[in-house]
Ligand binder design. Sequence first.
Ligand code: HEM
Length: 537
Amino acid sequence: KTISPDQQPPKMPGALPLLGHMLEFGKNPFDYMMRLRNTLGEIGEFRMFHQKMVLMTGPEANEAFFRAPDAQLDQSQAYKIMTPIFGKGVVFDAPPHKKDQQLKMLMPVLRDKPMRGYAQVIVQEVEEMIANWGDTGEIDLLEFMKELTIYTSSHCLLGDEFRYELNEEFAKIYHDLEKGVNPLAFVFPYLPLPVFRRRDKARARLQELVTGIIAKRAQKTEKSEDAFQLLIDATYDDGSSLSAHEITGMLIGTIFAGHHTTAGTAAWTLLELARRPENMAQVLDELDTHFGVDGEVTFQSLREIPVLESVIKEVLRLHPPLIFLIRKVMQDFHFKDYTVKAGKYVCASPRVSHRIAEVFPDPEKFDPDRYSDARQEDAKPYSWIAFGGGKHKCSGNAFAMLQLKAIFSILLRRYTFELINEKDSYQDDFTQMVVQPLSPCRVRYVKRKNINEQAAESIAQPDGQESRQADYGFTIQIDKELCQGHATCMTEAPELFQVDDAGNLTVLQEQPQLDLLFKAQQAEKYCPTKAIKIKLN
Ligand code: HEM
């Protein structure tokens, strides 16, 4: 069958007058999108009221979606609901050149160097949360993870003043901001409703506090090292600084981006492990061997726990908190033989793309071994997209993984966890914008005994095997579009990579010496955006 190059995407049947597919989609967006994929394939159109939406799924469609320039597929519309919270003119509400610079200014906060300090902070927060747990008890897992991750992210990002001196006031402000996230804000963001009024009061108070702290910090000789300080010191291309309004918005935006996403993933990780004793046993074995009873949890040691890492990846495959991502089509957009006209919206769906049997065989099965060296089911680019992809891939992904691994490295060595309700009763809650386990989500914890006392000292050492295989040198390839300037490569192999303060990467050696191969491969392995490829010649 021949298709004309200007073919419109196929349409889902069953649109109701006025409503379109709104009712079916609203009932369970994931079921609906899965049905669309099964009916129409990798691209297909549906309607929400009058608005035409095009769903694109699978690695090739994802690649087209994530690689399209902002001028063609615009992300800011999807975040309109957040403008009253983040602030006018902040990130997604800013004009494109300003938005890009602001997102870039956030990068130093999430770069490799500060990340090393965050590990300690997270460990300390987990220890404090469970200090009074005693031998056994019951908790709501999601509530626990939400509380824990607000402490970890406010401590790492906002710094000591908010975490200690202003902790209670910040909790109240944050609560009022969260309650202000309401779909009504898409249409009437400033309607005089009590929730919106409290939201605006909280935003104004936060900015007052931020302004006060900026002034106080300016008097001190000793500099703080948190994200807040990095934003105080950041400058636009023209040399001007961020205003208190912008700093407030960027800090709150970063905390929002990482809070429910990380808390939901943490809760699901524990639930999936609690209902799968064999996976739990493997994780405990790895943690006990790696850390022993009192082994220090450090940035470096957290890199060497592949079993837990694969479990988290599998949780994010089956329960990605963002089940669909939206862009507005600003200029006609082409995919294969299809054209999506300007004015429509396109969506990618991590949740649907993660359940394609040709990419992830037996997709409903929880199987962390998929990511083993032998299978590498996620190796195909844009197949595993829980953190999105391309230029706008989650810049907090390394921070999120670090947090999750740090949390479980402490929690699972102190306590075991049992489900209180029937194991299939723990389900995703699709009514939330950030999908997370349905509340209540209760578990019982029991203090562990007989932990393997022998901390294996072995943090995996380079065995140099691959270096020996490479007799003809190697080449470094950079996908500039993917690089966000995390600078992990510069820490791993300073001889090969340099990242300047603005996040621009330079490869220092065209034909590196073979003795740098291992370091180059570490840089490839730990690059949070997978922008580096090392090819043996
Ligand atoms: C963007 C997922 C944690 C900061 C994104 C996107 C996804 C995502 C899918 C892309 C959105 C799009 O393309 O429209 C997640 C998941 C997380 C997580 C699953 C946890 C498990 C975090 C954390 C932070 C963070 C902890 C910060 C500390 C951001 C930022 C962006 C983003 C700043 C916007 C990037 C840009 O547009 O350039 N996240 N995220 N995220 N995330 Fe995350």
